[in-house]
Write a protein that binds this ligand. Sequence first.
Ligand SMILES: CC(C)(COP(=O)(O)OP(=O)(O)OC[C@H]1O[C@@H](n2cnc3c(N)ncnc32)[C@H](O)[C@@H]1OP(=O)(O)O)[C@@H](O)C(=O)NCCC(=O)NCCS
Length: 97
Amino acid sequence: MIELSHLSAVDRVAELGYWIGPPFRGHGYATEAARAMCEVGFRTLRLHRIEAGALARNHASIHVLEKAGLRHEGVLRERVRIGGRWLDRVWLARLAG
Ligand SMILES: CC(C)(COP(=O)(O)OP(=O)(O)OC[C@H]1O[C@@H](n2cnc3c(N)ncnc32)[C@H](O)[C@@H]1OP(=O)(O)O)[C@@H](O)C(=O)NCCC(=O)NCCS
């Protein structure tokens, strides 16, 4: 699954999110899909900015976003609560052009 959500026609921004079934991970599918979705976002939807968040410990996802051309913008400290623990979230984005 891959999607562009929270799309704003005014700001021409959308959020990238994805999930790969466990048996299919580690084959480059998420990277391929993220790159393709960026092309759709910038070329077809004429977005100005595509952004994404990931748990700071989700190194595979952060790597996927980096390979799709997104750049680090910051850390949202203790933004998510999982199993009673507060976890940091990182935020990345890619601009058109
Ligand atoms: C994150 C996720 C989408 C990655 O999917 P995938 O198809 O395995 O990703 P790819 O194979 O395209 O790329 C993964 C990259 O991360 C790297 N990677 C994997 N585990 C890693 C780790 N623990 N630390 C650093 N890099 C890691 C891989 O080596 C690969 O990089 P490479 O191509 O340079 O070798 C998948 O694990 C998933 O669906 N996880 C659960 C849902 C999720 O986290 N979604 C994202 C929410 S932000």
